[in-house]
Design a protein around this ligand. Structure first.
Ligand SMILES: Cc1ncc(COP(=O)(O)O)c(C=O)c1O
Length: 400
């Protein structure tokens, strides 16, 4: 019989009763170091006192009023995001896919309003992940995810990640913009070359295209800077965000420059829940923590420490892992063909460490940004024990 909860996921047989910081606890008292953060989402850890208090207080006042009225918490959060980023204006929604859907609409609208409705194509990248709605699945372009859902939404042209010649070749009279994750998260923690990101900015300027960044996974301090594109010293025209900006409370956002945002007038785009008082209070509480002086420096410092530890696993267990990649607290351990990432993920969980599998046989760690060096060390030790368990029999034989 079908479970009452629709079986869209292969879930691990683990249920958590509570969390504190980087730790999750089951009802029977087992504790796990959560280096998956609910897929890079619980950015300031579980049960962060400031986030909890803010949500509790706001919930007791008013949670939702709709966008028919002013929402001071949303106005404040938008103003703070504008002050801290390239953006001039922000639209709030509920998830990453919804943010991307709106971002795609914003890019199309910009060209339509500028007299070019034929320009509605986005250049996207192989290995991308932009979400599960029809348009964002089409932007993702993964045949496996699209199968069975009818024709994809038109207007998404895929080229190999990092290939500037392919990007230039794909630009045509219908091209409206380029959509890219600064680091492909689901696709295997693959960072775009910073030079490639700069070249994309230049090619957008050359051809009058919009640069649309998907920072759903890479944003909100995950890379060690507030937004990952800051490492490249570029600014997009429009950007999507979600995951970490709500710290576990569902919140998405489109951040845009004025030349894009000005066409999203009343009636062009909307959402019932998006930007409600409760969600935006959570967003403000997360920003209080992430923008506190020294916080991102600390993230960068601990991330580098964690990176070294992860790299040592690849050094010590070359039959299991061949290297690390990513940025900040989004780190991928590239596994060898002998070891499956889901097997190492299960072995790590058995040691008490939660991680997330990613494409290209990569094991992804995306801990909360508040971890200490001691927690990073503990995670590396658990991962090392897991790697030792999985060392292929062949390699064990050879080592004898
Ligand atoms: C880069 C990126 N974009 C979009 C999404 C979709 O976000 P959501 O699951 O909140 O719709 C994800 C989710 O993993 C993501 O990693």
């Amino acid at each position: 019989m079908i479970p009452a909860l629709m079986p869209t996921y292969n879930r691990a047989d683990l249920a958590f009763e509570r969390g504190e910081g980087a730790w999750l606890y089951t009802a029977d008292g087992r504790r796990f170091l959560d280096f998956g953060s609910g897929i890079a989402t619980t950015s300031i850890g579980h049960a962060h006192p400031h986030l909890v208090k803010t949500i509790q207080e706001q919930a007791a006042k008013v949670m939702h009023v709709s966008n028919l009225y002013r929402v001071p918490q949303a106005e404040q959060l938008a103003a703070r995001h504008v002050a801290a980023s390239f953006a001039d204006s922000v639209f709030f929604c509920n998830s990453g896919a919804e943010a991307n859907e709106g971002m795609i609409k914003a890019v199309r609208k910009y060209h339509a309003e500028n007299g070019h409705p034929e320009k509605f194509h986005m250049i996207c990248f192989e290995g991308a992940f932009h979400g599960r709605t029809l348009a964002t699945l089409s932007a993702t372009g993964n045949e496996k995810y699209l199968a069975g859902f009818g024709p994809p939404v038109q207007g998404f042209d895929h080229v190999p990640f990092g290939n500037m010649n392919a990007v230039r070749d794909a630009i045509g009279p219908q091209t409206a913009g380029i959509m890219i994750e600064p680091i492909q998260g689901e696709g295997g923690v693959r960072p775009a070359d910073l030079r490639f990101l700069r070249e994309l900015r230049a090619v957008c300027d050359e051809f009058g295209l919009l640069l649309a960044l998907d920072e759903v996974q890479t944003g909100m301090g995950r890379s060690g800077k507030l937004w990952a594109h800051e490492w490249a010293g570029i600014e997009p025209d429009v950007m999507s965000a979600a995951k970490g900006i709500g710290g576990g409370f569902p919140l998405g956002a489109i951040l845009a420059k004025e030349h894009v945002a000005k066409y999203l007038k009343p009636g062009t785009h909307g959402t019932t829940y998006g930007g409600n008082p409760l969600a935006c209070s959570a967003g403000n509480a997360v920003l209080d923590v992430v923008l506190a002086p020294g916080f991102l420096d600390q993230v960068d410092r601990v991330a580098r420490h964690l990176w070294k530890g992860m790299a040592s696993i690849a050094d010590k267990h070359p039959t299991v892992a061949s290297g690390v990649r990513g940025a900040g607290m989004l780190i991928g351990l590239q596994l060898t063909p002998e070891v499956l990432n889901t097997d190492l993920q299960a072995a790590a969980a058995a040691e008490g460490l939660l991680t997330v599998a990613a494409g290209q046989n990569v094991l992804r760690v995306a801990p909360p940004l508040i971890i200490t060096e001691a927690e990073a060390d503990a995670a590396v030790e658990m991962l090392e024990r897991a790697a030792r368990r999985l060392t292929p029999a062949r390699a064990k034989e050879a080592a004898k």
